[in-house]
Design a protein around this ligand. Structure first.
Ligand SMILES: [Zn+2]
Ligand SMILES: [Zn+2]
Length: 137
């Protein structure tokens, strides 16, 4: 499969290629994403896990998500860059942090989610649908 896009961490220890187009793309404003990213929100793509080829060591930290399920947050143990997430809801799906892409410029968020915890200084795109928590599936 030819890679559609690729990316990696800051130090280069972790690289990945994804052979499929994203299933979904959005900005998550939950407190976990704020803490994990150190910023206002996490911009992420959802892709089929089977389409992603990862090289290098990724460490995962598990947190209990809003749904009660375990969300695993993957990062490079050397440079600390956030790379992946394994959402509680979606077996076979992983998220990729947009900032880790080699070319993040093509990212087009489809929605703002978990806007219940959006920060007052965070200016959201008024043209995007907003969900207080997860969008209804
Ligand atoms: Zn690294
Ligand atoms: Zn989040």
């Amino acid at each position: 499969m030819a890679p559609r896009f690729a990316g990696g961490c800051i130090c280069g220890g972790v690289r990945y290629e994804c052979a499929a187009d994203p299933i979904a793309a959005g900005n998550c404003h939950c407190r976990d994403c704020q803490r994990a990213s150190g910023g206002a929100y996490a911009a992420a793509l959802l892709v089929p896990a089977s389409a992603v080829n990862i090289t290098g060591e990724v460490k995962y930290y598990d947190v209990t998500g809003d749904s009660g399920g375990i969300v695993s947050r993957g990062f490079c143990p050397t440079c600390g860059a956030r790379l992946f997430g394994k959402p509680a809801a979606g077996a076979g799906i992983i998220s990729i942090m947009v900032g880790s892409l080699d070319d993040p410029s093509w990212y087009r968020p489809q929605a703002d989610i978990y806007t219940a915890s959006v920060q007052p200084w965070d200016h959201m795109n008024p043209g995007l649908p907003k969900f207080a928590k997860l969008p209804p599936s």
